[in-house]
Design a protein around this ligand. Structure first.
Ligand code: FMN
Length: 150
């Protein structure tokens, strides 16, 4: 059974709504046999990564970078997993209040280290999510999850 691992840090209602929309989209692939495992960024483990066929990562922008929580996930799983993640599909979302540039740069360079393959363009924006953002989040979740069903 293909497994999608969603690792995210969503500390406010605004970003939790974004995470919920991504998961809503991803869950449309469950009927196709895709299993979805959702982990808080501080709780995801090396075994979670080793068992996953695809990934969705979500974070806030913090201090011009990704959140410390998602950074912790990367710091604690990279060594044991990066040789197994090459070419596996993924995408991500980043939410900020004013500028997500540094977080996007970090995400690109870290996921390149894991050898991951973007299955669909990431979603990165600032300010309150509107209906289009939430729809894009659902679509992102659905696209990565359905890529595992095929
Ligand atoms: C300590 C801290 C640092 C932050 N740094 C940034 C930043 O560098 N860039 C940015 O766009 N937003 C930054 N933010 C805002 C968060 O990204 C934002 O609060 C988060 O995405 C949740 O959105 P919300 O506050 O609208 O619910 C920061 C927030 C905190 C608490």
């Amino acid at each position: 059974m293909p497994r999608l691992l969603v690792v995210h840090y969503s500390p406010t209602p605004t970003v939790q709504a974004l995470a919920d929309a991504v998961l809503e989209g991803a869950r449309t692939a469950e009927d196709e046999g895709v299993e979805i495992l959702v982990r808080h960024a501080l709780e995801a483990t090396t075994d979670d990564v080793l068992a996953a066929d695809g990934f969705i990562l979500g974070t806030t922008a913090n201090f011009g970078y990704i959140s410390g929580a998602l950074k912790h996930f990367f710091d604690t799983t990279y060594d044991a997993t990066h040789e197994t993640t090459t070419r596996k599909p993924f995408s991500y979302w980043i939410h900020g209040a004013f500028d997500t540039t540094g977080a996007e740069r970090a995400m690109t360079s870290i996921t390149t280290g894991y050898g991951l393959r973007l299955a669909t363009p990431p979603l990165a924006f600032t300010g309150p999510p509107n209906a289009e953002h939430l729809e894009a989040a659902r679509e992102l979740g659905g696209t990565v999850a359905w890529s595992l069903a095929m």
